[in-house]
Design a binder for this molecule. Structure first.
Ligand SMILES: Nc1ncnc2c1ncn2[C@@H]1O[C@H](COP(=O)(O)OP(=O)(O)OP(=O)(O)O)[C@@H](O)[C@H]1O
Ligand SMILES: [Mg+2]
Length: 290
């Protein structure tokens, strides 16, 4: 760890009281691009927030049209502007619903390039306004570059999304193999499947190959599936969330099932120091893995 990183770590490990509920960080990633990460991240975040949780959604794949498109909002500034001292945390946050907030992010290596001490101190202080988040969904973007790995290490849960076509499955497996070198638990979401049976069949195949090649140390689990449905693609085109536009649809129920499984884990989260939850908690972890 570099000298700068050490200093940053010192800075964020204050001896504050245990006052905040720890935020659960859930990273959504994939091997191949275009398999539904942003669609799932945004709808999952929305459904979790509708269940009463305070939810943040962090776009770590800025630059490409992503969560801003899903939520139909315009992003002018992101976390990099805050780290450069050109905006405050409050300036960049975009409220979506009462308890859902979009945090326009940046890739991990860009973030750490701007770890200027004075500004970072201010940033951590300001980031406290997000300490009440129960869960933060991180849309990482595709592939397994070094900066994405930082988020995958820092997260409590890592979810690899795939669709059932052979190229996507191969890429998902390659991603899982890489993640297995940095952690031993990975979830999968099977997107655009015909039904539960197809989801389980595809997952079963991946699990078998993983067991044979990576070994039993890797805890690979199916978190859920989302059926292929025109309502999903139509909603994306119209810049609306399918879970809000089609509340009685099967795909909404698919997302609810996934949200329920995640909420059960959120409830296990204990009280921690304020700077270990929310946005400051995420940065604290990113620095630790730097
Ligand atoms: N369950 C589904 N049923 C039908 N279409 C879907 C479904 N999920 C995703 N799509 C379609 O796939 C497209 C790509 O999804 P999305 O943008 O969420 O992928 P992504 O993984 O975030 O892509 P990128 O890697 O470029 O960030 C969407 O615009 C949507 O039309
Ligand atoms: Mg995306």
């Amino acid at each position: 760890m570099g000298h700068q990183a050490e200093k940053l770590e010192e800075l964020v490990s204050s001896k504050a009281q245990l006052t905040s509920k720890k935020t659960r960080f859930v990273a959504i990633t994939s091997g191949k691009g275009g398999v539904g990460k942003s669609t799932i991240s945004s709808n999952l975040a929305y459904v979790l927030s509708q269940s009463g949780l305070n939810v943040g959604i962090f776009d770590a794949d800025i630059g490409l049209a992503n969560l801003d498109v899903m939520f139909n909002v315009k992003i002018k500034k992101n976390i990099l502007h805050v780290l450069k001292g050109e905006a405050t945390v409050a300036d960049i946050l975009i409220p979506i619903t009462r308890n859902l907030i979009l945090i326009p992010g940046e890739s991990g290596d860009e973030i750490l390039k701007y770890s200027d001490m004075a500004l970072f101190e201010r940033f951590m202080e300001e980031a406290k306004i997000l300490d009440k988040l129960d869960v933060m969904i991180i849309d990482t973007g595709a592939g397994i570059g070094e900066h994405i790995q930082m988020f995958l290490k820092a997260a409590d849960d890592v979810v690899v999304v795939t669709v059932p076509d052979p190229a996507a499955i191969t890429d998902a497996y390659a991603t899982i193999k890489t993640i297995a070198t940095i952690r031993n638990d990975v979830y999968m979401i099977m997107n655009q499947v015909k039904n539960e049976r197809e989801a389980e069949a595809v997952f079963g195949k991946i699990k078998k190959v993983a067991l044979a090649n990576i070994g039993s140390a890797l805890d690979l689990k199916l978190l859920g599936k989302i059926s292929s449905d025109l309502k999903v693609s139509t909603s994306v085109k119209k810049r609306s969330l399918f879970c809000s536009a089609y509340p009685s649809s099967g795909v909404h129920k698919d997302v609810i099932k996934i949200a329920n499984r995640l909420s059960a884990k959120v409830e296990q989260n204990m009280l921690v120091k304020a700077n270990e939850s929310g946005l400051s908690g995420l940065f604290k972890r990113l620095i630790k893995h730097f």
